[in-house]
Write a protein that binds this ligand. Structure first.
Ligand SMILES: [Zn+2]
Length: 275
């Protein structure tokens, strides 16, 4: 967390607020938060933000200057935030980057991260292509059902591990993997290659529906997540199994939600979710 829905909420708000603005300068706190491209930092002063994109759980600012494009990739990691509202910054101590904007409705974009798992990358077009190809599988919202069936059928490992593997499919983390598998009636340890095409189709449709609903509700505010304008998500109120160990199954089967320690903590109904 933040996962795909939260990153998409961030992308949409930034898209509306910063596209068309000019970067006056970028101030970086600790240099090691920039994992690649620190030497190009000065290039960004005077560049225009022309687009805001998302890949998996990362948000990308596409910048252009003199017909050359470069990107700023912000990995949100476990606790990363991109913020427009100064009052939404939880503590000044963990602000790792401030992007000053010259001519837009918002004066600044802040990159905040309590932990140091989050990372920034400053990349030219070629490096961005390489980065994208190395790290990200297809997007769950834009891939087709047929592509998804082929993907799952080709994986002999546990289905939940496949959903969490960003190289296979990019953007799902532990919260949404648990929620999507419960709603699909699939056990997290089911083997992808052994699931029927019909059950994989159900999983695909459930995945797209859950992610879409979560985006519309502003994401899930577990831990510190807030949107760039400081608003909290509301989808955590719709969670059925995540962190609900010991509660009765919402399907009314009378079984209690079980917690498993595996790749990441799993929450499931052992009666409703089959292998
Ligand atoms: Zn149940």
């Amino acid at each position: 967390m933040p996962e795909l829905p939260e990153a998409e909420v961030v992308r949409r708000q930034l898209q509306a607020a910063v596209v068309g603005t000019t970067i006056a300068r970028i101030r970086v706190g600790r240099e090691d938060i920039i994992r690649q491209g620190i030497e190009s930092l000065s290039w960004y002063a005077g560049a225009c933000v022309v687009d805001v994109q998302r890949q998996g759980k990362s948000v990308i600012l596409v910048c252009e200057r003199a017909a050359v494009k470069r990107v700023v990739v912000a990995e949100l990691g476990m606790t990363g935030l991109l913020l427009l509202a100064r009052e939404a910054v939880p503590s000044a101590k963990h602000v790792h980057m401030v992007m000053k904007l010259a001519n837009g409705p918002q004066p600044e974009v802040w990159y905040w991260n309590a932990r140091r798992f989050g990372r920034l990358y400053l990349l030219n077009q070629k490096a961005w292509t390489v980065y994208r190809q190395r790290r990200f599988g297809p997007d769950p919202l834009t891939m087709t059902g047929a592509e998804f069936v082929d993907l799952i059928k080709s994986c002999r490992g546990r289905i939940k591990a496949v959903l969490l593997n960003q190289h296979r499919i990019a953007g799902i983390g532990n919260i949404y993997a648990n929620e999507v598998l419960f709603r699909s009636g699939i056990h997290p340890h089911a083997r992808g290659s052994r699931l029927s095409r019909r059950r994989i189709r159900t999983l695909f449709e459930t995945m797209q529906r859950v992610l879409g609903e979560a985006i519309l509700m502003g994401g899930s505010s577990i831990r510190s997540f807030v949107a760039p304008d400081g608003t909290r998500g509301r989808y955590q109120g719709r969670h059925l199994v995540y962190q609900k160990k010991g509660a009765f199954c919402p399907n009314g089967c009378g079984t209690r939600i079980q917690g498993l320690s595996d790749e990441r903590a799993s929450f499931l109904c052992p009666a409703c979710q089959k292998r």
